[in-house]
Design a protein around this ligand. Structure first.
Ligand code: XMP
Length: 508
């Protein structure tokens, strides 16, 4: 494997994804965290950082120690740190260099094999290396900086490289090739980390971890829990007990359809119809957080009740993925903050269960690939994210069964149309929102006074920032007509054109 030492760069996860795309396994750790160098470690990559190497509290790493055993590649800050540690000079550039540059190759090298001269690279730095250590040599330059890529010339250690630009970002047109050269030509990694090998190894590990025991797991119909459950089920068969709760605020027909898909995949899943309980307890609640809390609490109650029927369960399965558990370096100082885990309401502790999290080291796109490898239908793998509190946070104000039914119909028309127009897969998340507003309309000769629905669709990478999707007018016109003509109780449709930030994706 490859280790990526994180110095707090916004691009660190992109490095990891680029390495994984080359079918090499890697992990990200904060630069402060001790690690052992053993035979499985093939190389180390140092990330960029918001710090300057000349800051008094600049984050440091023992590069000279690392290269005794494994090759090292420094990127941006990582390269500057390396140069400085060996006696080079790093100074403020005349101007902060941000954006595209052309990479002039000065010397052929295994790292730059098959890289076109003058290819585009992406720069984002305010410091640059003004003087290389004497044992280092320049491999490439750009118009504005004399050291864009370097290596250690004479060394009795393992190879040591630095890149001032960011090979991991999309705008470095041959960046992935450079990273792959480092992995294959320099570190001699075998590129055998594939969805198929992951599935095989994970099933073996799960068999070892779980033994003869039973696993219970809450399923949501979402990608992560579905893929995790399928992996566990491949390892232990029906000793996986999936529980899928109808909380009354799912999408139209979602409960039946998802249960059906689970049955077809061969999962042992029990569907629990708890709609009435949820409607009763949600009654009159208008505050978004109160709705969330109510749904969270009821879900745990229902889940525990069902789990009590499976006393032999010693494990709780969860669809936790890598971005949930990566320990990140704070940009506010060289300290490490650890994100809290996404345990369902502290359930494992309460129920004395051990966790099984087969996707703990996968990025979302990898989870999807593994899902397809497992034969899960593409329709389930490509599903948009859907919030746990479901339609409850898309019905502004209080929730009634009648409103849920209205919104389900409008949402269903919208989502089906997105699929018909081949727009669904171009969008990160979409849904309809029922507004607590009635307005006047006219249908035939009759005056109507009915609800308004807002349509929301966003493009995004991770949901942290999002742009409203520029859906074609023709499509919006079609959906608006369909909803108003078919859903009794809705006479007005609007489209949400707010980005996040400052708006959020959900309205509550
Ligand atoms: P916002 O509205 O914060 O949403 O821009 C970002 C993403 O998070 C989802 N979301 C939730 N998911 N429970 C969930 O499981 C929640 O309470 C919740 N609130 C928002 C939202 O759907 C979007 O994908």
């Amino acid at each position: 494997k490859i280790l990526i030492l994180d110095f707090g760069s916004q691009y660190t996860q992109l490095i990891a994804r680029a390495v994984r795309e080359a079918n090499v396994y890697c992990e990200i750790i904060p630069y402060l965290k001790p690690f052992t160098i053993d035979a499985s470690l093939k190389g180390i990559i140092l990330s960029g950082s918001p710090f300057s190497v000349n800051d008094t509290n600049a984050p440091l790493a023992e590069v000279p120690e690392f290269v005794k055993d494994v090759p090292v590649l420094g990127i941006c800050y990582g390269a500057q740190l390396t140069a400085k540690l060996y006696g080079g000079q790093v100074g403020k550039s005349n101007k902060r260099e941000y954006g595209r540059a052309k990479l002039h190759i000065r010397q052929p090298d295994a790292l730059l094999q098959n890289v076109t001269d003058n290819s585009q690279v992406w720069m984002s730095h305010s410091d640059s290396i003004s003087e290389l250590p004497v044992t280092f040599e320049v491999l490439a330059t750009t118009e504005s900086i004399p050291v864009a890529a370097f290596k250690q010339k004479t060394h009795d250690t393992r190879p040591l490289y630095g890149l001032q630009f960011h090979p991991e970002v999309y705008h470095s047109s041959e960046g992935k090739k450079i990273l792959k050269n480092f992995l294959v030509n320099v570190c001699h990694c075998s590129q055998n980390w594939t969805p198929a090998s992951f599935v095989q190894e994970t099933i073996e590990q799960l068999k070892l971890q779980i033994g003869d025991a039973h696993v219970i797991m809450a399923l949501s119909g979402g990608v992560d829990s579905s893929v995790a459950a399928t992996l566990i089920s491949r390892a232990i068969g029906d000793r996986l007990h999936g529980i899928f709760v109808d909380n009354g605020v799912l999408r139209k027909d979602e409960f039946e359809q998802v249960l059906n898909t689970y049955k077809n995949i061969g999962l042992n899943v029990t569907g629990i119809d708890a709609k009435q309980l949820f409607y009763d307890e949600l009654k009159g609640k208008t505050d978004p957080e109160a709705k969330r809390k109510t749904i969270g609490r009821l879900f745990i109650e229902v889940f525990q009740q069902e789990a009590a029927k499976i006393p032999e369960a010693q494990f709780l399965g969860q669809g936790t993925i890598y971005p949930d558990v990566i320990e990140s370096v704070s940009v506010h100082g060289p300290s490490v903050t650890i994100k809290s885990h996404h345990n369902v309401g502290g359930l494992p502790e309460k129920m004395h269960l051990q966790l099984v999290e087969p996707l703990r080291f996968l990025f979302k796109d990898e989870v999807r690939k593994v899902g397809l490898e497992l034969g899960i239908p593409a329709a389930m793998i490509q599903r948009h994210p859907f919030p746990g509190p479901g339609l409850a946070i898309r019905i502004l104000g209080d929730i009634t069964e009648e409103k849920v039914a209205l919104l389900q119909q409008a949402d269903d028309i919208y989502i089906k149309a997105l699929k018909e127009y081949s727009l669904y897969d171009t969008i990160w998340q979409a849904g309809a929102i029922l507004l607590p507003v009635k307005s006047v309309g006219v249908m035939g000769d009759e005056r109507t006074y009915e609800y308004t629905v807002a349509l929301r669709a966003v493009t995004s990478v991770d949901g942290m920032t999002a742009d409203w999707a520029h859906l074609p007018y023709e499509f919006l016109a079609h959906v608006s007509n369909e909803i108003i003509n078919n859903v009794r109780g809705i006479n007005r449709v609007v489209y949400d054109i707010s980005s996040k930030p400052p708006a959020t994706i959900e309205w509550e």
